[in-house]
Write a protein that binds this ligand. Structure first.
Ligand SMILES: [Zn+2]
Length: 286
């Protein structure tokens, strides 16, 4: 039986976040048989039903029986089990909203037919949390050793703000990004430059500041390296700043860029490899 891989290509960029984690089945069987005391057969049927929590799937710091590894032949960090005992769990998180409603319904309908191969969890969240998840994913995807990351981070923000626009086209030839005092809002590609209205330009600086602040290049932006105070001074010119404390100001500015209110998140866990591996591992046990 050949299963169709779910297709996320119809979703606008920036609306789907991906997470991957490895799970050690030797650890899981160990927990179920030794710690809980189940017979292998019962352990097997329990494990097949087992669905990890959203925290377990998306946490950047994995805990037993989950772990992360980029190695080709990783070993379980908890029990040293070899690769054949590991299963990969891929999770996609779709941000609910007008631009994702139609492709999401189509996708969920298609995977509903796949039974327990996929699990779908709906979570109520807020725009701020969704924004930080997005920022986290963006940070991982950027290569800070290459200054092109500044362009990539700006493009990612624009994709998030205007998902219907073809940004690959706008960014073709890696334009110079400049603020334009002539524009009150929006952007314009002219020749080798991409002009951004000052508010949009400053929002791109804020995103660059936030993704790079935990990095050794901390606070690097298109406008050079900025301290929090310098960033705020710039943003005061384009955004309303009500608070006095600089950290409260930063929070307020983040809220403006992230948007406020609730958002629904749809987590889709691909359990196919997990189910396959559970079966073969059980065969080795029984
Ligand atoms: Zn293990």
């Amino acid at each position: 039986m050949k299963s169709v891989v779910p297709d996320f290509s119809e979703f606008p960029p920036g609306t789907v976040t991906e997470y991957t984690t490895l799970v050690c089945l030797a650890c899981i069987f160990d927990i179920f048989t030794k710690q809980i005391g189940l017979a292998p057969r019962s352990a097997y049927s329990e494990i097949k039903r087992y669905s990890p929590t959203i925290e377990e799937m998306t946490s950047r710091k994995a805990a037993r029986p989950f772990f992360d590894s980029d190695e080709k032949h990783p070993r379980c960090p908890y029990c040293n089990a070899a690769k054949r005992w590991h299963a990969r769990l891929d999770t996609h998180c779709i941000e609910g909203g007008k631009t994702t409603d139609a492709p999401r319904r189509k996708l969920l309908k298609a995977i509903e037919k796949k039974g327990d191969q996929f699990s779908v969890t709906e979570v109520k969240s807020d725009r701020r949390r969704a924004f930080f998840d997005w920022l986290d994913t963006l940070r991982i995807s950027l290569d800070f050793s290459d200054s092109a990351w500044l362009l990539a981070a700006t493009k990612a923000l624009l994709e998030r703000k205007e998902p219907k626009q073809n940004w690959d086209e706008v960014f073709e030839g890696s334009p110079f990004i400049r603020p334009s005092a002539r524009m009150e809002e929006g952007w314009e590609r002219a020749g080798t430059s991409l002009f951004l209205s000052p508010p949009l330009y400053n929002e791109s600086l804020l995103v660059q500041y936030l993704v790079s602040r935990s990095h050794e290049l901390g606070g690097r932006t298109l406008a050079g390296r900025l301290t929090l105070i310098e960033l705020i001074r710039r943003m005061r010119k384009t955004h309303e700043v009500l608070k006095a404390d600089q950290f409260e100001i930063l929070e307020g500015l983040i809220d403006e860029v992230a948007g406020s209110g609730n958002v629904k998140l749809y987590f889709i866990v691909d359990r196919r490899e997990f189910l396959d591996k559970v079966k073969s591992v059980y065969a080795a046990y029984a």
